[in-house]
Design a protein around this ligand. Structure first.
Ligand code: PMP
Length: 427
């Protein structure tokens, strides 16, 4: 055990989960690589979704941050804030929501909290529809709507939450259905739920691709089909884009755009990699929904000039270098390569994903049951081989998660796949 780990355990909560039997300290990064305090260099196949959307130590972002920090960091509101106005203009224009307004926060949790505040105020209701197996944050309200019970440590939510089918289809009675049958079954389930006197529901919140839940995607169009039902009841659609935002899924800038047939969501939330590591979160909503609050609501740090400078520089870089296209191309190659590797491995049930958001679900070869032990072993072996990956899934954490920075090269994708192959063969 490292000295720092002992000190960590002495002062930080037990539920602050750390990866690895010997948790590691990262000292610096560059591009798609990070270095550990052990002096080793690692290819980073997970930091892209956690924080570093584009690349580690991206000069364009660090320059923008240090220049702004050297000029002024003040209240985000109370005074006019040029970088905040500029990023809001860009995000509003890209959001697909007409007459959009943007409110910045410092995290995804806070962005979803703000979305719930808006939706409940707008609809004068505290009833929320959420997806089974979902993850939306760690505050009192967001743990209350999180469907993945291993991340929901209290049942004392101030909201009344009903859980809808549709986020996961790899198990249970839904597994054998075609896309069209699955969509029809989930829509019928939603109609049935709303038909049982559940009038006045405020909103449905959903991740277009479940992140913590193990990178599971519903069939394209599922949320459009849901929207038709929601619209009949005046229920708002909140798309939690904290993991899917800004091109990660390759085909679209936002995840909801795979479900666009009946128009955009009423509210969308974003965070994580938007500031390429700086704490930028936010909520975008139609003006009438955003203006549902009838008293002031501000944030001291949400929209800080320095984090907004990071968001602006990151956005400019990723648009200029077409990193969404890169996610589609390199992610497509990586999924194909991983599928070819895993086809021969009985421990792998499925390789799935879109763009650079790839999940590998592990099972016990004989029983087909979730295999969290194998997932933990592969995570360790990959690290030994010089590759950092993530894990997730339902309560069982049996899905390996691959989400590198969006600037990943083909050579790096191949290098990472080769390390993963060796780690999986040992599982
Ligand atoms: N929503 C989703 C979909 C997430 O994946 C996360 C973080 N894992 C959050 C919300 C919460 O974000 P944060 O950790 O920044 O509070």
């Amino acid at each position: 055990m490292t000295d720092l780990y002992d000190r960590h355990r002495a002062v930080l909560p037990d539920w602050l989960a750390l990866y690895y039997e010997r948790p590691m300290e990262l000292t610096h990064g560059e591009g798609r690589h990070v270095w550990g305090a052990d002096g080793r260099k690692y290819l980073d196949f997970f930091g892209g979704i956690l924080t570093t959307m584009t690349a580690h130590a991206l000069p364009e972002v660090t320059k923008a941050v240090s220049e702004q920090a050297g000029r002024i960091i003040h209240s985000s509101t109370l005074y006019l804030n040029r970088p905040m106005v500029e990023l809001a203009e860009r995000v509003a224009a890209l959001s697909g929501i007409p007459d959009a307004r943007v409110f910045f926060t410092t995290s995804g949790t806070e962005a979803n909290d703000a979305a719930l505040l808006l939706a409940t105020a707008h609809r004068r209701s505290n009833q929320i529809l959420a997806m089974r197996n979902s993850y939306h944050g760690r505050s009192f309200t967001t743990v209350g709507i999180t469907g993945n019970q291993s991340w929901s440590p209290t049942s004392l939510s101030p909201l009344q939450t009903l859980y809808v089918h549709g986020g996961v289809r790899s198990r249970g009675p839904y597994a054998a259905l075609s896309d069209a049958e699955f969509t029809a079954a989930c829509v019928a389930d939603l109609r049935d739920m709303l038909g049982q006197g559940r009038g006045g529901v405020a909103a449905l919140i959903a991740e277009p691709v479940q992140g913590v839940g193990g990178f599971t995607s519903p069939p394209d169009g599922l949320y459009a089909a849901f929207k038709e039902v929601l619209d009949e009841h005046g229920i708002l659609w909140i798309s939690d884009e904290v993991q899917t935002g800004w091109g990660r899924t390759g085909d679209h800038f936002w995840g909801w755009q795979a479900h666009a047939q009946n128009g955009p969501p009423d509210i969308l939330t974003f965070a994580k990699g938007i500031g390429n590591g700086m704490s930028v979160g936010g909520v975008v909503a139609r003006a009438d929904v955003m203006h549902s609050l009838d008293a002031n609501s501000i944030s001291t740090f949400g929209g800080s000039p320095v984090t907004m400078a990071a968001g602006l520089a990151n956005l400019a870089y990723l648009l200029e270098h077409d990193l969404q296209g890169n996610a589609r191309r390199v992610g497509g190659l990586l999924i194909e390569r991983l599928r070819a590797i895993c086809a021969q491995l009985p421990v792998v049930r499925e390789v799935r994903g879109r763009g650079l958001m790839i999940g590998i679900e592990l099972v016990e070869p004989d029983s087909g049951r979730p295999n969290p032990q194998a997932a933990a072993a592969v995570l360790e072996a990959a690290r030994e081989g010089g590759l950092l990956i993530g894990k997730g899934g339902g309560h069982d954490t049996s899905v390996l998660r691959v989400a590198p920075p969006l600037s990943l090269t083909v050579a790096e994708a191949e290098e990472g796949a080769a390390i993963l192959e060796r780690a999986l063969r040992g599982a």
